[in-house]
Ligand binder design. Structure first.
Ligand code: ITT
Length: 198
């Protein structure tokens, strides 16, 4: 019997993201808790806001109007660089697509304060359990140059506290031990397992 059949429809969760890397990382965490994560390759509605919580909450509620009676998840992330007063933060996606990693490294050139953090906000909603928000943060530094070929997005320039490697030099399992996503989805999984008795 497959895992998804065993866990049943009620405890299955739909994760709306266009980013397969995010999905794979989240899938690995939830599978340890016996929670079946299904991929919904759909755009989420992204409002303009300084708050990742507000962006994720709005998006998951809007999704619920299109997919009623389901357990739904969205995740919004940001990279916050201290020396740049939190830039790119909620604009991380736009900044990645425009100036990219080389643009960030240029802005950081000659700066000794390289501290930064990643934040993940996971928003869940279902008719049975209502709305819940989980956050995960990882502190680290911006590398002097791009390193590694795994992962996605800002991974080649972010070194988490406690490691000397960038996220792009780690496989998914190792990245999950440190990452903002690992922390947020672990919080979600512990809560969901308890309420659903998965
Ligand atoms: P969605 O479809 O889920 O929105 P996305 O890739 O657009 O996928 P976000 O808007 O949440 O995701 O992410 C904002 C930016 O931060 C985006 O450029 C990502 O590539 C980047 N990012 C998010 N998580 C990351 C991680 O774990 N490592 C590196 N970059 C990350």
């Amino acid at each position: 019997m497959s895992n998804s059949t065993k866990t049943g429809f009620r405890s299955r969760v739909l994760f709306a993201t266009r980013n397969m890397n995010k999905f794979k990382e989240a899938f690995l965490i939830l599978s340890k808790y016996n929670i079946q994560l299904d991929h919904l390759p759909e755009d989420k509605l992204e409002i303009q806001s300084d708050s990742l919580e507000e962006i994720a909450t709005y998006a998951v509620k809007e999704l619920a109007s299109r997919y009623p009676n389901r357990n739904l998840l969205v995740e919004d992330d940001g990279l916050f660089i201290e020396a740049l007063k939190g830039f790119p933060g909620p604009f991380s996606s736009y900044v990645y697509r425009t100036i990219g990693l080389s643009g960030i490294l240029k802005l950081m050139s000659g700066r000794s304060d390289r501290r930064a953090y990643f934040k993940s906000v996971v928003a869940f909603v279902s008719p049975e359990l209502g709305l819940k928000v989980f956050t995960g943060v990882v502190s680290g530094v911006i590398a002097e140059q791009e390193k590694g070929s795994q992962g996605f997005g800002y991974d080649p320039i972010f070194i988490p506290e406690g490691s000397s490697k960038t996220f792009a030099e780690m496989d998914i399992k190792e990245k999950n031990l440190y990452s903002h996503r690992g922390r947020a989805f672990t919080k979600f999984a512990e809560w969901f397992r308890n309420v659903m008795l998965v």
